[in-house]
Design a protein around this ligand. Structure first.
Ligand code: C2O
Ligand code: CU
Ligand code: CU
Length: 504
């Protein structure tokens, strides 16, 4: 799947073209250590320009041309509270989308959105087998929805664009947790307005636990050896605001500052032993290829929707928007390494680690799950084909843009089908589209006709397609209803790179 060499070559060519014709000037934000060729990220000079320049800027943006600044490690990573059940009332949990102020920068208050707080949300921990009722409240001044990304849930509770809550409205949803242990998340999904609400701070994590995950002895002590790591990039204005319109790019809004769990310049204090990081790419558009600064490997133990069959040793791991991975880092092995950090493929410091005096036990089981693509699934004929194409606001699926009143596909509840996903390149090469389907988890059957990489052999709800890629997935829905499928570059989603399937 990785054609990064090719990719960089194309970027290099396009960048030099742009450098020759761009009207913008280098801004102070882009003079960071990792800035590539001082490319301007202020696309305002390009607004209204059609054709080549616009097209090229789109492609560049998708390849993260706005470099991230290093985390200076000034602030201990914020760990969201676990959502506590209601003491009484008609629901087990309450989540309120609200407006707030958050101090990211010294002496500056930023207007933000959050769930039950000023920024992001609590972690909702659920158990397989339990039935839960969640009261959702919209305390914003605009419509929103509560979407449960990765959750197997009936369509009318899924929080897609058909389930808006008007300002002041509330709704209690109920569902039974029927899927395996996983790290999922929730975020808004209002019609055409997902990207801005997520950008302002609406996102939270949802953990599912089950008997298997309990019995495995994995690091699972929340905030001790099991940490959420929500990666989001943002651009702050001079007055410290998150100005979505100013930062907007139709191919995916990027920023030069990384927030991890909403923390600017984060660091994480960890014990000596095996530590589990639940990585979630909650960015609008940025892809992250993470590694340890020492070059040491780590173990991936879970994909979007559950545990892999066994830990997989990895040197680098790429997460496109909405993808998750659980990894285990052995800080006992690494305690002598100085300046250890999680870095990206540019060497940018994302999350510095401080290894403390505590020592935790350090066994990692080798047998985690029994996931498999069955022979039957492998031999099923392709019954649905989806072609992803385009850039900026010219993005389509099978040549069409999202229409709320059009059902694009239907499928029978409980029936497995094989879908073929393709990313059709354009004359400029094309771009990566992270493709996501609501309401279920799927299996990757093949990538470009070949067996998928080891770390794709687990439940997925989002998969990155590079230009030219052809991916077959086996998918079934356990519940009925109307579900979205779309590119998870949030600006592409809002621009109509989305369709809907009715499961009957
Ligand atoms: Cu993360 Cu349509 O969802
Ligand atoms: Cu989703
Ligand atoms: Cu896309």
């Amino acid at each position: 799947m990785m054609k990064s060499m090719m990719k960089w070559l194309i970027i290099a060519v396009i960048s030099s073209l742009i450098a020759g014709c761009s009207t913008g000037s280098t801004e102070e934000e882009s003079t960071g250590t990792h800035s590539e060729n001082g490319m301007n990220h202020d696309m305002s000079g390009m607004e209204g320009m059609d054709g080549m320049e616009g097209m090229m800027s789109g492609h560049m943006d998708h390849n993260n041309p706005i470099s991230l600044e290093d985390s200076k490690g000034l602030n201990e990573l914020a760990i969201p509270p676990l959502l506590t059940p209601n003491q009484s009332g008609d629901a087990d949990y309450t989540l309120t989308a609200q407006k707030g102020e958050h101090a990211f920068l010294q002496g500056q208050e930023t207007t933000t959105y959050g769930y039950n707080g000023d920024l992001l949300g609590p972690v909702l921990k659920l158990r397989k087998g339990e039935t839960v009722r969640i009261k959702t409240i919209n305390a914003l001044e605009e419509d929103t929805t509560f979407h449960w990304h990765g959750l197997e849930i009936p369509g009318d509770a899924d929080g897609g664009p058909h389930n808006p809550l008007a300002p002041g409205e509330e709704r209690t949803i109920q569902f039974k947790v029927e899927q395996d242990a996983a790290t999922l998340w929730f975020h808004p999904h209002p019609d055409g307005n997902t990207a801005e609400q997520v950008y302002k701070g609406l996102a939270g994590l949802l953990y599912i636990e089950d008997e298997r995950s309990d019995s495995l002895n994995l690091p699972d002590n929340y905030d001790v050896n099991d940490f959420p790591v929500l990666l989001q990039d943002r651009a702050f204005t001079k007055t410290g605001e998150l100005d979505y319109e100013a930062a907007y790019n139709s191919d995916g809004t990027l920023g030069d500052r990384l927030l991890v769990n909403g923390t600017l310049d984060p660091k994480l204090s960890v014990p000596q032993g095996k530590v589990r990081l639940r990585l979630v790419n909650g960015s609008n558009a940025r892809n992250y290829t993470v590694a340890l600064s020492s070059g040491d490997s780590f173990q991936q133990i879970a994909t979007d929707g559950g545990l892999l069959n066994e830990p997989i040793a990895m040197d680098t791991l790429t997460l496109t928007p909405a993808e998750r991975a659980e990894i285990i880092i052995d800080f006992e092995q690494l305690r002598k390494v100085s300046d250890l950090a999680l870095v990206d493929d540019q060497g940018t410091i994302l999350l510095p680690f401080e290894i403390n005096e505590e020592v935790t036990s350090s066994e990692l089981p080798s047998d985690l799950n029994s996931f498999a693509v069955t022979e039957e699934e492998e031999s099923l004929p392709v019954t649905k084909r989806l072609e992803l194409f385009g850039m900026m606001d010219m993005v389509t699926i099978n040549g069409k843009k999202f229409d709320k009143d059009r059902i694009d596909l239907t499928q029978k509840v409980g029936e497995t089908e094989v879908w073929e996903l393709t990313n059709k390149p354009d004359p400029m090469g094309g771009m990566i589209h992270p493709f996501h389907i609501h309401g279920t988890q799927f299996k990757v059957v093949s990538v470009n006709g070949e067996e998928p990489d080891e770390n794709l052999k687990g439940w997925k709800d989002t998969i990155a397609l590079e230009p030219g890629d052809n991916v077959k997935i086996a998918i079934s829905f356990a519940n009925k209803g109307v579900y979205m499928y779309h590119c998870h570059i949030l600006e592409h989603e809002d621009n109509g790179m989305m369709g809907q399937i009715e499961v009957k």
